[in-house]
Design a protein around this ligand. Structure first.
Ligand code: C5P
Length: 293
């Protein structure tokens, strides 16, 4: 019996562009992704003798294959052919659910990283990323985290230098967004504004956080933001409290703003927290290793 743990970091989209649509309905994306310090704890106990058990601190989450963390364990054992002598997965969730922060994807990636460590690395990092794409488009990024350019449907990853030191205020309004619904309403011919990905890459390389913040852009914000004006309202609050820039993450509805100084970030947090309970101050982060108890 062994107990292994890791932190599963949330991600934000510094940018999100859509460059095409595939015949299977998935969209070709070009995104700059960043892991942040907001995280779930993922703990896996092996050798329990009871197939796969899953528990979380959120009662409404399914604890079977419908939970992507459970599906990750099923995939690991099926694909590797390793005999499962029983595992118990415990999720302590802090990342808001269905928020555009890859909360489910990062838990699934954490389960794969933990099981790969527990069974003495049957997969290389590249192989684990390829396998993880079967679970969802954001999972490969979550395997390594950090700062990366993500292309294809999310599986072509190019590591980037880390973002310069900054403070990020995240706020999820209390609305539910369906990612398939948002993507189904994308009209490629009608996208008039796109992120300046080249400019963003240059600003990241030159450690220019103001330049990065001025260029935050997500083409999906036009769709989700038109359904929920609260997204624009949160952006305005972040900017009026001193954010260098603000944008929606993923398919939404979470919005984040980048701040150079902690005082302004704390002020923005306290203003938003008067109205919204799901607010966090976070930092850009690199992926956290698996530890054994
Ligand atoms: O892969 P994942 O399950 O996270 O994606 C959820 C939904 O988002 C997909 O079913 C698809 O409708 C949409 N999507 C897309 N193109 C991508 C990623 C997701 O159309 N690259």
């Amino acid at each position: 019996m062994a107990i292994l743990k890791t932190s599963a970091l949330a991600k934000i989209n510094i940018s999100l562009d859509i460059t095409g649509k595939r015949s299977d309905g998935y969209h070709e994306l070009r995104m700059i992704m960043q892991s942040v310090s907001l995280c779930d704890d993922v703990i896996v106990e092996t050798g329990t003798g009871k197939e796969i058990e899953l528990r979380s601190n959120l009662r409404y989450l399914p604890n079977d294959r419908r939970n992507i963390a459970y599906a990750a364990a099923v995939l690991f054992f099926e694909d590797s052919g390793i005999t499962n002598n029983g595992i118990k997965i415990t999720l302590n969730k802090r990342i808001p659910v269905s928020a555009g922060l890859a909360g489910g994807s990062t838990d699934a990636a954490a389960v794969l990283r933990i099981l790969n460590t527990a069974y003495e690395n049957p997969y290389s990092k590249d192989e684990l990323r390829s396998l993880s794409l079967k679970l969802g488009a954001d999972v490969p990024f979550c395997i390594s985290g950090g700062t990366a350019l993500s292309e294809g449907i999310g599986e072509i990853l190019t590591p980037l230098p880390p973002l310069p030191e900054c403070h990020i205020v995240i706020c999820k309004p209390p609305v539910n967004v369906s990612t398939p619904n948002v993507f189904s309403r994308v009209n490629l011919q009608k996208i008039s504004l796109r992120p300046d990905t080249k400019g963003l890459l240059e600003c990241i390389s030159s450690r220019d956080i103001s330049g990065v913040s001025r260029r935050l852009y997500n083409v999906l914000e036009e769709i989700t933001g038109s359904d929920y004006p609260v997204i624009g309202e949160i952006k305005s609050t972040l900017i009026s409290c001193g954010a260098l820039g603000a944008v929606m993450s993923g398919s939404g509805p979470t919005v984040f703003g980048i701040f150079e100084d902690i005082e302004s970030a704390e002020f923005a947090y306290s203003e938003l927290n008067l109205q919204y309970c799901d607010c966090h101050i976070v930092k850009p982060s690199a992926c956290v290793n698996v530890t054994t108890e």
